[in-house]
Ligand binder design. Structure first.
Ligand SMILES: *Cc1c(COP(=O)(O)O)cnc(C)c1O
Length: 236
C-alpha cells in the first residue's frame, strides 16, 4: 500500500471509532481529503484507494487538477474563501461550497446558480469566536438572516461549517464543535427546518469533531503529508 492509501485506511478507522463514541445520533461521516498544494499524482493515489471526495481552497490551483482527474468520478468541495467574481467558475467545478459567509454572498451565488441552471450545495460558515481574521456569520446575524436565506431556492443549504481558533490540542476544539451543533439545533427549532450537515474538524481534531456530531471532516495533512508551503486563500 502507498503512504496515502495507508493514511486513508487509518483515518477511516479512527473516524469509525470516534463515531462509536458519539453520544448524539448524527449520521454518517464524509471524509473530505483536502488536496490543496498537493499534486494530481497523490490525488490519484487516494482515488485508487477508494477516496472520492476532495477539498481545494484555491480556484486557480484546483481547476487544472479537477479537469485532469476524471471529474465525473470524483466529487470536489470548495473549502476556501468564496470571491464574488469567481462564483460562476466555482459552481461549475465544485459540487459543494463550504465558505458561504454572508447573506449578500449567498444571494449572489443564488443569482449565478439561477442563470446557469445549477443548484449548488452550500454550507453556511459560522464565526463562533468573533475572531476578526476569520470569515463567517455571527450567530446573532445568521439567526436573523435565516429567513431570507431560505428563500434562495437555487441553493441547497446542507448545514453549518466552522473553523475554530487554532489551539494546541484537539480537546481545545471541542467546545467550539459542540457550540456549532447546539447552534444548528437552535436554528432548526426556531425555523422548523433541517440542517443535517456539520462541516467541522481537520487533521488535528477530526475525531473530536466526529464525537461532537460532524458529518463532514476536512482532512489534509493527515492524508497527504505535510504541506511544504501554506496555500493562499485558506480560511484560517
Ligand atoms: C487546509 C484546510 C483544511 C485541512 O487542514 P489540515 O490541517 O491539513 O487537515 C481544512 N479546512 C480548511 C478550511 C482548510 O483551509
Amino acid at each position: 500500500m502507498s503512504d496515502v492509501a495507508e493514511n486513508l485506511a487509518a483515518i477511516r478507522a479512527r473516524i469509525a471509532e470516534a463515531m462509536s463514541r458519539r453520544e448524539v445520533d448524527a449520521g454518517a461521516v464524509e471524509l473530505i481529503a483536502v488536496s490543496k498544494t498537493f499534486p494530481p499524482e497523490l490525488i490519484l493515489e487516494a482515488a485508487n484507494a477508494g477516496q472520492r471526495v476532495f477539498g481545494e481552497s484555491k480556484l486557480q490551483e484546483a481547476e487544472p487538477k479537477i479537469s485532469m482527474l476524471l471529474p465525473s468520478q470524483l466529487s470536489w468541495h470548495f473549502i476556501g474563501r468564496v470571491q464574488r467574481n469567481k462564483v460562476r467558475k466555482l459552481i461549475s467545478s465544485f459540487q459543494v461550497l463550504h465558505g458561504i459567509d454572508s447573506q449578500r454572498l449567498a444571494a449572489h451565488v443564488d443569482g449565478v446558480a439561477a442563470e446557469t441552471g445549477k443548484r449548488p450545495e452550500i454550507f453556511l460558515q459560522v464565526n463562533l469566536s468573533d475572531e476578526v481574521s476569520k470569515g463567517g456569520f455571527k450567530t446573532a446575524d445568521l439567526k436573523k438572516e435565516m429567513g431570507s436565506l431560505l428563500l434562495l431556492d437555487h441553493l441547497r443549504i446542507l448545514g453549518l461549517m466552522t473553523i475554530p481558533p487554532a489551539c494546541g490540542d484537539a480537546e481545545g476544539s471541542r467546545p467550539w464543535f459542540r457550540q456549532l451543533r447546539e447552534f444548528r439545533d437552535e436554528l432548526e427549532q426556531e425555523w422548523g427546518i433541517q440542517l443535517p450537515s456539520l462541516s467541522m474538524g481537520m487533521s488535528a481534531d477530526f475525531e473530536v469533531a466526529v464525537e461532537e456530531g460532524a458529518t463532514h471532516v476536512r482532512v489534509g495533512t493527515a492524508v497527504f503529508g505535510n504541506r511544504s508551503h501554506q496555500a493562499d486563500g485558506e480560511l484560517s
